[in-house]
Design a protein around this ligand. Structure first.
Ligand code: PGA
Length: 251
């Protein structure tokens, strides 16, 4: 069974109420040409309510960029899974490399976030990927396997069928240095084979997105690779025209 292409925009800590409206108006105006891809946007928490309203009745799905492992209580500054559900989120990114490197999220915490999202009925988008130093040491597969195994150990391999994986080499994020389609395909195939060691059906089903300097100009080549099922898009998702180009890049 062919896997559907998904294009998810990770807006990170960008935008204002006004700019978010302009961006979404631009995206919505071009959605007619997006026939094959699932489209998701992940705004900052504070824009979720606005965006939920603005995308009503469109094909655009809503995601958050992070969540708490706690369900409620005295956790100042945190946002729970049920709050995200309340604002119409279907997706949530967990373990983005910026969360891992800047906010100290380790594999165990990321796995817990995956579990909490899944239990709430959200689709977690699990980010994995190596740093430049790790790639240069030749331990890319080891790192990605460790990040993946943390979720498999906590939740069981079947849990991966309820989520989406995003392979994002840290050295390619926001740097303009995209992994070549071959480099990305190699790691995607590794991820799928690692999952297949546990369960071939889950491996076949799970969508594995590529992230790291995806642009309108390189998306088609990336998405044409057999194990690349779309993209998690940072910078280019803030430009309606470029984002739409990526959304239309499904082969
Ligand atoms: P980028 O970010 O597209 O700006 O490289 C990707 C990401 O961090 O998800």
């Amino acid at each position: 069974m062919a896997r559907q292409i998904m294009v998810a925009g990770n807006w990170k800590m960008n935008g204002s109420r006004d700019s978010v409206k302009v961006l979404l108006d631009g995206i919505k105006a071009g959605l007619g040409n997006v026939t094959k891809s699932a489209v998701v946007v992940c705004p900052s928490y504070v824009f979720l309510a606005d965006v939920e309203q603005m995308i009503a009745g469109t094909i655009i799905g809503l995601g958050a960029q992070n969540l708490s492992t706690e369900s409620a209580g005295a956790f100042t500054g945190e946002i729970s899974a049920s709050m995200l559900k309340d604002f119409g989120c279907q997706y949530v990114i967990v373990g983005h490399s910026e969360r891992r490197s800047l906010y100290g999220e380790d594999d165990a915490l990321v796995a817990q976030k995956y579990a909490v999202a899944r239990a709430a009925g959200l689709t977690p988008i699990l980010c994995v990927g190596e740093t430049l130093a790790e790639r240069e040491q030749g331990i890319t597969e080891e790192v990605v396997a460790r990040q993946l195994d943390a979720v498999i150990e906590l939740e069981g391999v079947a849990a991966l069928a309820d989520g989406v994986i995003a392979y994002e080499p840290v050295w390619a994020i926001g740097t303009g240095m995209t992994a070549s389609p071959e480099q990305a395909q190699d790691v995607h195939a590794f991820i799928r084979s690692r999952i297949a060691e546990h369960d071939a059906a889950v491996a076949d089903k799970v969508q594995i997105l590529y992230g790291g300097s995806v642009k309108g100009a390189n998306a088609t080549e990336l998405f044409s690779k057999p194990d690349i099922d779309g993209g998690l898009i940072g910078g280019a998702s803030l430009d309606a025209e470029d984002f739409l180009k990526i959304c239309s890049a499904a082969p």
